[in-house]
Structures are given as C-alpha cells and as structure tokens.
Design a protein around this ligand. Structure first.
Ligand SMILES: [Zn+2]
Ligand SMILES: [Zn+2]
Length: 144
C-alpha cells in the first residue's frame, strides 16, 4: 500500500511505495530552524520514494552528511536525505505533515533528545537517542 503527499502549493508531489506506520521527532537545532518547530520525519529508503515536480524543488546541503529539500514556490519542507557514504546513504526523512493522510502513524522515536528545548515534551512512549548516539550511527566516516 502506497501513500502520497504534496507540498503546500501542490507543485511537488510524491509517493511512498511502502506502508508507513511510524515516525520520529528530531530535536536537533537544524531541524528546529528548518521546520520552525519539531520535525517529524518518516524513514523511507531511497528505492521506496518517488517525487515529481522536481523543477520547483530546491535542495540545500545542510551538513557534510545530509541535504534538505523544499518547494521553491511555497517554502514547504519535503525531506532531509542522508548523503554520507555508508549503509544509510540515500535514506529520506520525509515530513509527516506533507502526507495527504498522516492518520494512524505512530510517533515512536525521538532523536537529539539532549537538544530538545525544555519548554515542551511529547507524551508518547518513544525510543530516545542523544546526539552522540545518532552521530555514531549515521556518520561514522564523517568528521564534523
Ligand atoms: Zn509548493
Ligand atoms: Zn534534525
């Protein structure tokens, strides 16, 4: 079962070929600035994701190991993608809010939990990882 999504203006559309059941929150400073809040990302392998409207999509290299894509017309954030070589190369983290139907998708993880602003917390029971744990997992070959 696939799921579809769009940016706010509809210029960018995408399809996720596999069924999405879970999402996780990233509390890192880059996602906070990028999303204007808390980024809720859906983990999708490169071969499970198809996007169209790429002429209105801009990618921004946000770190030595990831890029972020947004609609040039409406500014909607579509995904961040791992660009560092290794087992996670090409993995997309698609914004939960851009799905046409985000119902039934559980928030079950929070990363960069040590960077979360102290003024809020999710009530969900989530698997939490610190910045150091994430860096060890995603970018062992990259010096930052
Ligand atoms: Zn748009
Ligand atoms: Zn982040």
């Amino acid at each position: 079962m696939s799921q579809s999504g769009t940016c706010l203006c509809g210029g960018v559309t995408y399809t996720i070929k596999s069924k999405v059941t879970e999402t996780r929150a990233c509390h890192c400073g880059m996602c906070r600035k990028w999303s204007g809040g808390v980024y809720l990302g859906i983990h999708v392998a490169a071969d499970q994701f198809e996007i169209s409207g790429a002429d209105t999509l801009t990618t921004f290299t946000s770190s030595p190991w990831a890029e972020r894509a947004f609609c040039t017309t409406c500014g909607c954030n579509i995904y961040s993608r791992i660009t560092a070589p290794g087992p996670h190369f090409g993995t997309h983290y698609i914004g939960l809010g851009t799905l046409d139907d985000p119902s039934g998708i559980a928030l079950n993880g929070e990363i960069y939990i040590d960077k979360k602003p102290d003024g809020y917390a999710f009530a969900n029971d989530t698997h939490k990882m610190t910045e150091a744990e994430i860096m060890a997992m995603f970018a062992p070959s990259v010096e930052v």
